[in-house]
Design a binder for this molecule. Structure first.
Ligand code: ATP
Ligand code: MG
Length: 596
């Protein structure tokens, strides 16, 4: 490809509002252009990369035995109503709108395709003899992301490879899950991504039912907890610490009120009480609107959650423990329950005030506190000498002691007690055991060997192609630009004519370009009539891994210079030898990435 005939709108300007390196570099290298918040065009260079990522993903899915199909973006909203996801998805699910009765009002843009694939399974997968089967597609998704961020890392329109598997037993699901897991490892390795698999929020089956593939980087929006030796790795949404040691045997103090005017926040009240945040019980009040039956009246369930003052509540865990879609209660609800202003709630005596349906959830580290402090349920007052079990219950129908907090830096890991560290990461892929959630909701059944109808057991497996592209740049760049791994580089080699007005230089460069292209390499030939410095800057920015520089000076000695974007070490070769060397190097690097 001749640069002059191609379209690479590079730019020297660092775009404002872009902070993540991948965002800055994708804009500057002319890979993408923003169309609207969270919506991007892929320019030719960016599209070449995306297509290469896609080819790797497709090859590995096929190798794993998955079968490609193509589902629609436009879907009837009735499918989503059947699974209850019109509500669960909220604003993420984009609707076409339009007046009631018009087809548009009944149509959504697919954010994911469990419903669409289950509808196909319902129609065609009727017998155990057809199972297991894995179907996949590479398709655009639309999501009403509230905060699109960091270029193509989080957008409202993006490409996903989503695969769905169908089974007649958990063992069969486990086998396919493992196959997909292994295929994902190969995909990320081939893309040159330093990834790790972490335990993620598990599905309805429980256990290790879900893994996310993460790339550690500051630009990530996920948090993971890991030990140094990798013995434990989990998304913070799910990560847990080793169980606390039992409470020490100490004399129990009596509950005592302390006047703490205007000190409703932990950092204000601890100095007044002379206690550390570890000894303070934080009392959070949540509520959920529930209906006993579909058409019954709505009522408010209140949930009191207790965590230590130095800990943060983990709402994923709280949701799991309670099975309720909770929100922090309105100040009015809190004041009604505690009889005090917000900031002065405490667990003592609170259960007596709770209604029959309300719940108390105690973090297991609160349960082992002795002589702790908390709000007094009286405005401007706290209490000391609070003891779990004595001043509030740890047992009973409406009481649960569980892990409901976020892990913190240095927590002992549940695997071997080694301290965990918190790091930010990008989620590039997710494998998930779904169980029968969708098949039950949509009545997708098969006949088992005894001729009985059973709901199909399902797994699903998603990978974000755009996100992979950006994540690769996050982990492969320097101050001057991108450093593409060979496998997804837009071009394998850049041939650069340093003195484009010199006939011999141009001819040698052109011959090298033609010859390398004929050997099957993707070659970019910088034939532009520009200054050398300018061309070198562009070359560094777009990050083509191998470079052959043809200049008047070295050509006088019969050589051209070969270098690698990674280390920029220059090596002189005769032109024919340079071509051979480059062909060999490309296949060696590709093989290295594939050899996993
Ligand atoms: P996140 O937690 O980051 O919002 P998710 O858990 O909703 O992602 P999944 O539904 O598991 O994502 O989608 C599978 C894959 O699709 C993700 O692992 C990610 O690579 C990609 N992906 C999801 N949302 C986006 C987005 N808004 N922009 C780009 N890629 C995305
Ligand atoms: Mg996910």
């Amino acid at each position: 490809m001749h640069w002059r005939d191609f379209f690479i709108p590079t730019s020297k300007e660092t775009p404002k509002d872009a902070t993540a390196p991948s965002h800055v570099l994708m804009l500057r290298a002319g890979l993408i252009r923003q169309a609207a918040a969270g919506v991007y065009s892929y320019l030719p260079l960016g599209y070449r990369v995306l297509r290469k990522v896609e080819a790797i993903v497709r090859a590995e899915m096929n190798r794993a035995g998955a079968i490609e199909l193509h589902l629609p973006v436009l879907m009837p909203i009735s499918w989503w109503e059947q699974t209850g996801r019109t509500e669960a998805m909220g604003d993420t699910l984009l609707r076409l709108g339009g007046p009631q009765g018009d087809w548009r009002s009944q149509t959504v843009l697919g954010p994911t395709h469990e419903e669409a694939i289950t509808e196909i399974a319902r129609a065609y997968l009727n017998s155990y003899k057809q199972l297991p089967i894995t179907l996949y597609q590479i398709q655009v998704k639309f999501r009403g992301e509230a905060r699109p961020k960091s270029g193509v890392l989080r957008t409202r329109e993006f490409l996903m490879k989503d695969a769905y598997s169908f089974h007649d037993s958990i063992e069969s699901l486990d086998r396919t899950y493992q196959k997909m897991y292994d295929a994902y490892c190969r995909i990320f390795s081939r893309c040159g991504l330093p990834y790790m698999a972490v335990e993620a929020e598990s599905g309805p089956i429980g256990g290790d039912a879900s893994h996310e593939f993460m790339v550690l980087t500051d630009a990530g929006e996920d948090n993971v907890a890991l030990t140094d030796d990798g013995s434990y790795a989990a998304n913070v949404e799910r990560a847990t610490a080793a169980a606390p040691t039992p409470a020490a045997e100490v004399a129990l103090e009596a509950v005592q009120e302390v006047h703490t005017p205007n000190a409703g926040r932990i950092e204000d009240v601890c100095p007044v009480l002379g206690v550390s945040p570890q000894m303070l019980i934080k009392t959070l009040i949540y509520s959920a609107a529930v209906r006993d039956n579909k058409d019954g009246p709505e009522r408010l369930v209140r949930v009191v959650a207790l965590v230590r003052g130095d800990h943060d509540i983990n709402e994923h865990k709280l949701t799991k423990v309670t099975g309720l879609m909770l929100e922090l209660a309105e100040p009015r609800t809190i004041e009604e329950l505690t009889g005090a202003a917000v900031g002065f709630a405490g667990p003592q005596g609170l259960v007596q005030r709770l209604g029959a349906a309300d719940r108390l959830i105690v973090d297991r580290e609160v349960a082992v506190l002795r002589n702790a402090a908390s709000g007094a349920n009286k405005t401007d007052y706290h209490v000391t000498g609070v003891n779990p079990g004595r001043d509030f219950p740890l047992e009973g129908e409406r009481v649960v002691v569980a892990d409901i907090r976020n892990v913190v830096e240095g927590d002992p890991s549940p695997s071997d007690g080694a301290p965990v560290h918190l790091r930010t990461a990008i989620e590039v892929g997710h494998v998930f055991k779904l169980g029968t959630k969708y098949s039950t909701a949509m009545s997708a059944t098969y006949l088992d060997q005894e001729g009985r109808a059973q709901p199909l057991i399902m797994g699903c497996y998603g990978i974000g192609l755009n996100r992979i592209t950006a994540a690769v740049i996050e982990s492969h760049h320097d101050d001057n630009g991108i450093i593409w791994p060979m496998s997804i580089a837009p071009f394998h080699v850049l041939v650069m004519a340093l003195d484009p007005r010199d006939e011999q230089v141009m001819q040698t460069a052109k011959e090298l370009h033609d010859r390398l292209e004929a050997s099957g390499l993707d070659v970019l030939f910088d034939d532009r009539d520009e200054r050398a410095g300018f061309k070198f800057k562009d070359a560094d920015l777009i990050g083509v891994p191998l470079r052959i520089v043809v200049g008047k000076k070295s050509l006088a000695n019969g050589t051209v210079e070969v270098s690698h974007r990674r280390d920029q070490k220059k090596e002189p070769f005769e032109p024919a030898a340079a071509a051979k060397h480059v062909v060999k190097r490309v296949s060696a690097e590709l093989a290295e990435l594939e050899n996993v």
